[in-house]
Design a protein around this ligand. Sequence first.
Ligand SMILES: [Zn+2]
Length: 697
Amino acid sequence: MRHALAMVLIASASAGAQQSLPGYTAADAARERALEASATARPSPSSAAAHSKALSREAHVSGTPAQARTRDYVVDQMKKWGLATEVRTYDVWMPHATSVHVARVSPRPKELSLAEPAVVGDPTSSLAQYPTVNGYSGQGDVTADVVYVNYGLIEDYAQLDSMGVSVKGKVAIARYGRSYRGIKAREAEKHGAVGLLIYSDPQDDGYVAGDVYPEGPMRNSAGVQRGSILNPDGDPSTPGYGSTGGVPRLSPGQMEISHIPVVPISYGNATELLKYVRGAGVPRSWQGGLPFHYHVGPGPVRARVAVKDDRATKGLKPIYDTFGVIRGSEFPDELVIIGGHRDGWGPGTADNVSGTVSVLEAARAIAEEVKAGARPKRTIIFATWDAEEWGLLGSTEFVEDDSLRLGRDAVAYLNQDVAAQGPRFSGGGSPSLRATLRDAARSVADPDGKGSVYAEWRKASAVADTVEPPMGDPGGGSDFAGFYNHLGIPIAEWGFGGPGGVYHSQYDDYAWMTKFGDPGFRYHAAAARIGAAMLLRIANADVLPYDYAEYAKTMRQYLGPIDRAVAQRHWNAPTTALSAAIDRLEREGAAFNAARDSMLHEAPSIATLQRTNRALLQVERALIRPEGLRTRPWFRNLIYVADENNGYANMALPSVNEAIRANEETLTRTEIADLAARFDRAAQDVADARAALTSGR
Ligand SMILES: [Zn+2]
C-alpha cells in the first residue's frame, strides 16, 4: 500500500437506522439481518491465523516463483469452498534488480551492507529476501558528493535553492515521509541529481517513535522500506490498456519511469553518510532523529550508488490476478467486488497478507451461506491482485482489460490493503457508501471493546455526538484506483491499524504480527466480518443502498476553499452554478431515499428494480470525464485524486483545483461550468431512478 487517509467530518445521521435497512423491504430486512448475523459469525481468528502463516511463509515479490505459490494457495482454498475460480495472467514490464550497491567512497571508503539481518526468534527473517531496492529504479553506477534534501518535496528544493545549494550532479539523500517515494524520485531527477538514496529516519517509524524490532514494533537500525517509485498507475509499457498478449508496447525510452538509480536504505546506513555531510546546517524542521546535527552539504562525503536489473533479458514478467465468483440469483450481471493485493516486498504479513486473508475469510463465510441455501441476488467476486506493490499493476491491467463490463455492471469495489496490523479501525471511500460502511461497522463486535467496531471507532475518534467519525477520501495509492479514479465505480475500504515500523521490510512477517500487530488474529477476523456484511448488504439489496444526500453534503464542503481562492485572486469564476447543482443532487438524493423507504413496502417488480438500479449506477459515472484530467487523462474521476505534487495527499474536485493552482482564471471558470453540468447530470440520474421506482407503483 502507499496511501494515507485524509479526513472529512459529516453530520451524524439520525439514530433508528437499526431497524430498517436502506434498499430492503421490511420482510427482506429481517431476513438480511439474520443472514448477516450468521455470515459474520463465520470468519474465525484460528483460520485467519492459518491462512496468514501459509501466505507469509516466505517473501513473495511479484514475478517470483514464491508469488506463483500464493496464487495456487488462494485458488485452492476458494475451490475447496465451492467457488468458481479464474486466474487472469498479464505480461507486464517489471524489471527485477540483479545487483545493488551503496558505498561511502570518502572519507574512509566503506561498502554498506544493505540486506536486513536475521533476528533471533523470527524464522522468516533468515530466509531469502528481495534486494533492498526501489521498484522501477533506473539503472546506473554513479559516484558523487552527497546532498541532504529533507523529504525531497518540491518546497525542499526551493529551500535548497534559497541556500544556494544544488543537487545537480550530486547524490541526493532524502528521508521517507510526507510524500510518495515516486514523487521524491521524480523531483530529484528533475533537479539534476544523478542518484537518490531514500532512508527511514528514526523520528518517523524508528526509535524516536517507540521500541524497535524485535524488542518493540518499530523499525530497527537495519530495517529498510522497499517500495516502488513508479508514478503512473499500471504497467508503464501499456498506458491506458490491458497488458494482454500481442498488444503494442512502449519501449523503456518512451515510458514515464525514473532514469537515475534510486535505493532505499536503513537509518544505520544513512548514519554512515549523513554524519559526514557538512556545508550549511539544516533549517530546524529538517533535523531528523539521528544523534547529531544534520547538514545539507554538498559533500564532503562522497557516495556510490549502483543498480543493475534484468530489463535487457527479461523485463516482461507474467503476473496473476485470481478471482472467486458466486453467481447472483436475481441480478447476475451486477457485480459486487472485493479485492486485496497478494504480493509483498517480503513475507508481507501485514501488507498485504492481512488483506488477502480478510478477502479469503469473507469468501469462506459467504460460500458457506450459499451452501446453506442463501445465494446472493447479485454476483460477488473475490479478487486477489498481483503486483500492486510495483504500481497497482494487477488491478489496473484487469480494469483496463475489462473496462466495458466493469463500467456498465460494477456496483461497488471494496478494497482490503493492510486489513489488520493493530486495534484502530479506519475506513473511507466514496461518500455514497459511507453510511453502509458505518452500518457494517455497527453490526460487528469490536474484538477488544464492549461494543461494536463502530462504537470503538467513535470513541477513538473523539468526535462530538452530532458528527460521524471521519472517513478517508479515495485519492489513490491502492487497488481501488482503477475502479474509482479511472471508471468512477463507488468504492469503500477499511482496516485496523496500530504502531509499526516494518512496512515493506523483511520483518513484516508472522513473528512480528503474532508479537505486536494482531497476536490473536481477532482483528483479521473482524475485517473479514465487515467484508461479509458489506458484500451481502450491497449484493442483496432490492434497491442499491447508495446515499446521494450524504454524497452531496460532502461535496458542499469543498466549495468554500474554491470560493476563497477565487476571491483572493479577484477572478470572475463564481461557483454559483456548481453550488446549485450540488444542492439539486442533495434534494434529489433525499427525495430518492424517502421514495425508496416508502416504495419498498409495496414490493416492486424485478423489472422496476432493475430500471431503478440501472439509473443509480449512472450517478457516479456522470462525475467522470472520458478525456480525464487535463494533465492526467487516465484519471477520469473529477471528485478525488492523489495530488500530483505529492502522491499521498488527496485533492478534491481536482479539475477545478488544479486550474486554480495553475493560476488560470479562464480555465477555472470553464472547469467550474464543466463540473456543474456533470453534477446536474448526476442529479438527473437520481431523479430518473426515483421516477423508475415510483412508476412501477
Ligand atoms: Zn499494500
